[in-house]
Design a protein around this ligand. Structure first.
Ligand code: MLT
Length: 314
């Protein structure tokens, strides 16, 4: 009887609302992308997608929550390159990054924006980098926990300038951005998703983007290279289920995700904040799994080469 029931259960999937774990605070880039996708995927799946923010420890607390969730497709996680970088940074994650997750599909990719509070003296990227080098011991750089995109970008900035900054860790760049706007911290390197609207609203100042080309939506902001330094960083988000989730449920989730990524309204929202969907050839579960393994290996090697040592999750 079990053999007959199991496929039927997967065919009826989803049978209840889906929980989408966001491993960072509300209002940050992961949260913004999750809510946008969740709305469209919920419509396709005929069940509500409910976002739950499980923030802490650079996104690893949310990942751990997914690793121990029921593998039936009703609990999902949106995460980004920090999921792949975490094993190089933490020695007691409580899950095996390479095997604990079933990749559902890649979501979006885009650059980081190096930004400062408005009261900071430099008015552009060319002035900012020499200033940051000279005044490093007086500047505070905000991030979203060790291993977060904002943290890795801050590490790249430190390396590029050969200096160390005082770092302030938040549970996501949502609250970090609030403090940057309020002038409580000096610098934040955040995803374009949440940095672009603040720059356009004149709430913060963008000094550089970490992509090879300028962003259409920030035409006056130079690339880091144009501003005289080298910070090369491209972020990505993906959707994950726990390992052991039935293939039929994963296929339905992937179909709902790709349907969302074809929605003109979703693509317009992405474009408006300088982020993009992956090329369609990379929308499959297999392409996501392949990229994910490669990213885990890449970050293990590059963080080891950078001499970064592991720390405990606390
Ligand atoms: C967030 O949503 O807070 C970000 O994705 C954090 C980060 O990785 O910088």
């Amino acid at each position: 009887a079990f053999a007959l029931c199991a496929p039927a259960a997967a065919q009826n999937f989803p049978t209840k609302p889906i929980t989408l774990i966001v491993p960072f605070a509300a209002g940050g880039p992961s949260d913004v992308i999750a809510r946008l996708l969740g709305e469209h995927m919920g419509r396709t799946l005929g069940q509500q997608v409910v976002v739950e923010n499980v923030a802490g420890a650079g996104g690893t607390a949310g990942a751990k929550r997914l690793a121990t969730a029921e593998p039936d497709g009703h609990t999902l996680l949106i995460h980004h390159l920090a999921l792949a970088a975490a094993p190089a940074l933490y020695n007691n994650l409580g899950y095996d990054t390479q095997t604990a997750f079933a990749p559902v599909g890649l979501v979006n990719t885009g650059p980081m924006v190096v930004a400062g509070k408005l009261a900071l003296p430099p008015v552009d990227g060319k002035a900012f980098f020499p200033f940051a080098k000279q005044q490093a011991d007086k500047l505070t750089v905000a991030h979203a926990g060790v291993g977060s995109n904002a943290h890795l970008c801050a590490v790249l900035l430190s390396q590029a300038l050969g200096v160390k900054f005082a770092q302030v860790a938040y549970r996501g760049t949502g609250p970090a951005m609030n403090d940057l706007v309020a002038g409580q911290v000096d610098v934040l390197c955040d995803q374009s998703t949440t940095a672009v609207p603040q720059v356009q609203g004149d709430k913060i100042r963008a000094y550089a983007v970490t992509s090879a080309e300028r962003l259409d939506v920030l035409p006056n902001v130079p690339t880091a290279e144009q501003a005289g330094t080298k910070i090369d960083m491209t972020i990505w988000h993906g959707l994950y289920a726990p390992k052991g989730t039935p293939a039929a449920a994963l296929d339905k989730l992937n179909a709902a995700l790709t349907a969302a990524l074809k929605q003109p309204s979703v693509l317009e929202r992405f474009k408006a904040v300088g982020t993009s969907a992956f090329p369609q050839a990379e929308w499959t579960r297999e392409a996501h799994a392949k990229r994910f393994s490669a990213e885990v290996a890449k970050w293990a090697a590059s963080l080891k080469a950078a001499g970064v040592t592991q720390q405990n999750v606390n």
